[in-house]
Design a protein around this ligand. Structure first.
Ligand code: GLC
Length: 561
């Protein structure tokens, strides 16, 4: 496999609304990001993925774009964006934008023109369809609940398609004019100096030839819209459109791209992230999808550390020799990783958070941190459903109630998985509003901010933040880069409960990464003689003969002879 410029980098996702507010309006912004670049540089982040900052009504927090070439005033100006590009470049860092092109906002001029004249040229940018016997054209349920069809105001029996919320009309990629608009816009940003894109919800752009009902799969009589993704025509189209984006925009700029691809058919992996694939990388969502329920995400099962380990190991083995997966424990759509994968009593334990970090950061592939992960931020508390902002969580709460759950139980269930857990402001300090804003934060800060914050950890030995820095330094160290970035991967002792252990081998070195994901001490039989302990999350591990003893929640990296 030919080596690429981005493979030895560390990525960091910024969710701008909650990262850092510079002007006291309670909403994070681009100047706030610029203000924290030195912090990110010191952490070791190279590639910054910015969730959308484009002009948007924020119905889905910016994933509903009204102007692809404009910055929303709440986040700043185009001059701020250009300054961010210059300031990152000066520090040897890169900016990756979010490419949200399955849909736009209903406030985008394209959709406004389409509504005014559904039969006109802009009508062909979207999916307008006649209803069926007074009902919507199909019985598909959208990602956020309810029908994917909404009536066109003032037009009898005409509907438009939106797989997400009704303010996010789907763009019709079969129309070459739509594809041309997107290609030109992508090139415009790349020419401006962004290094690439995180590609949002992209598998949905391939739609079937005909829109037809599926067998209902819940008492609401609707069927999951994702069923259309398996349609062979949808798939063929998806591949063709992605090929065009790659050939006409990504490849000529040598851009870094990471796809939000949920339905990972192993047979397609090479097509997506192999040499010359559609994307540089794609996220590994195996652990995030573990325990999913057909009833809805409110009903999902909580994974434990062993489930996390098994999912990651399976994915790593599948991708071996094919390409680089992007590894996450959380993002803006998921609850906090520590709360999700660690047992409840350990979620707030810095030792356990560091043990989880060691696994994620040293797996093969590309590590992505999500803002606040590096200081051990955990899920927040929601006193009531009114305290939730997220459109998806409200939809799911309604689904839980419709399934017969009592309101208290429904709230408890959605609170566990809600995206708002990851969207509370970054906890910079123990000061007012966790140092996020001088004003009132748009979403309340997590009540644990006095204990969990960056200022309390910066430079403090043993802190979660400093441990992330040492993991990143190790991955980038010239001595170990070859093995940790490009080396092979072999799981060891996978049958041992509460232990995540693997060997990375390459460049003449073999490293054992062993993480005790349990509250009991563990003995690990070494798969070779120990040469040197390169890193340990807390203190030093026990080494006697060929046995490594890890204290509860202790992680170590050992070079083997
Ligand atoms: C992706 C985004 C999510 C958004 C959705 C619709 O899944 O990550 O935040 O709601 O796409 O754009």
């Amino acid at each position: 496999m030919e080596r690429q410029w981005w493979q030895d980098k560390v990525c960091y996702q910024i969710w701008p609304k909650s990262f850092k507010d510079s002007n006291g309006d309670g909403v994070g912004d681009i100047p706030g990001i610029i203000d924290r670049l030195d912090y990110l540089k010191e952490l070791g982040a190279d590639i910054l993925w910015l969730s959308p900052v484009y002009k948007s009504p924020l119905a889905d927090e910016g994933y509903d774009i009204a102007d692809y070439r404009g910055i929303d005033p709440r986040f700043g100006t185009m001059e701020d964006m250009e300054r961010l590009l210059a300031e990152t470049k000066r520090r040897g860092m890169y900016v990756v934008m979010d490419l949200v092109v399955n849909h736009c906002s209903d406030e985008h001029p394209w959709f406004q023109k389409a509504l005014a004249d559904p039969e006109g040229p802009y009508g062909k940018y979207f999916y307008f369809r006649k209803g069926k016997n007074g009902a919507p054209p199909t019985n598909w349920r959208g990602y956020f609940g309810g029908s994917v069809w909404s009536p066109v105001p003032g037009r009898e029996d005409l509907y438009y398609l939106h797989l997400f919320c009704k303010k996010q009309p789907d763009l019709d990629w079969e129309n070459p004019a739509v594809r041309r608009e997107v290609v030109e816009m992508v090139n415009w940003w790349l020419d401006k100096g962004v290094a690439g894109f995180r590609v949002d919800a992209i598998v949905n752009i391939g739609k079937p030839e005909r829109f037809e009902d599926f067998a209902p799969d819940r008492p609401d009589g609707l069927a999951d819209c994702r069923k259309m993704l398996a349609d062979p025509v949808s798939r063929q189209r998806l591949h063709a459109y992605l090929g065009q984006l790659r050939d006409e925009a990504f490849a000529p700029h040598n851009a870094f791209t990471v796809g939000e691809v949920f339905d990972t058919d192993p047979a397609e992996l090479a097509l997506f992230i192999g040499q010359g694939g559609f994307f540089s990388s794609m996220f590994d969502f195996a652990a995030a999808c573990w325990g999913g329920s057909p009833k809805g995400w409110y009903d999902a099962k909580k994974p434990g550390p062993d489930n996390y380990r098994d999912c990651c190991f399976d994915s790593a083995l599948r991708a071996a020799g094919v390409g680089f997966l992007s590894n996450i424990i959380e993002n803006h759509d998921e609850p906090r990783g520590a709360s999700r994968y660690l047992p409840e009593e350990a979620a707030n334990d810095p030792r356990a958070q560091k043990a989880l970090a060691a696994v994620q950061m040293l797996l093969p592939g590309l590590p992505f941190l999500y803002q606040g992960q590096e200081i051990g931020m955990t899920n927040t508390v929601f006193p009531s459903i009114d305290a939730v902002d997220d459109v998806n969580t409200h939809g799911e709460y309604a689904a839980a109630l419709a399934a017969g759950l009592a309101p208290g139980e429904a709230l408890a269930r959605v609170a566990r998985w809600s995206r708002d857990n990851a969207r509370t402001p970054v906890q910079w300090s123990a000061e007012h509003a966790a140092g996020f804003t001088a004003g009132t934060p748009w979403l309340p800060v997590n009540p644990n901010y006095a204990r969990v914050n960056a200022a309390a950890q910066q430079g403090v030995e043993g802190s979660v933040l400093e441990f992330y820095k040492s993991l990143i330094r190790l991955r980038k160290n010239d001595k170990y880069k070859e093995v940790l970035v490009w080396g092979g991967f072999e799981p060891v002792h996978q049958e041992q409960a509460g232990l995540a252990a693997f060997v990375r081998a390459g460049g003449g070195r073999r490293l054992l990464i062993a993480s005790n994901l349990s509250g009991e001490a563990q003995q690990v039989e070494l798969p070779g003689a120990a040469k040197e302990v390169l890193l340990c999350s807390d203190g030093a591990p026990g080494l006697a003969g060929d046995i490594l003893t890890l204290a509860p929640w202790q992680a170590a990296v050992v070079e083997l002879a």
